[in-house]
Design a protein around this ligand. Structure first.
Ligand code: FES
Length: 52
């Protein structure tokens, strides 16, 4: 996961990832609640699209 400065209130979206293919704000959830899920961060999106 790439470090970013965020708001911690669910308003800026700076910590958004794809969680099982759907947009998800990681700052508002516990990682343990998503054990086994597929998570793609911004760096991973670049790899998916061939931009990285
Ligand atoms: S840190 Fe701003 S929405 Fe999560």
């Amino acid at each position: 996961m790439s470090p970013k400065k965020g708001c911690d209130h669910g308003q800026c979206g700076s910590r958004t990832v794809l969680l099982d293919g759907r947009r998800h704000l990681t700052c508002l959830s516990l990682a343990v609640a998503h054990d086994g899920s597929e998570i793609v961060n911004a760096a991973g999106l670049g790899r998916l699209t061939g931009d990285a």
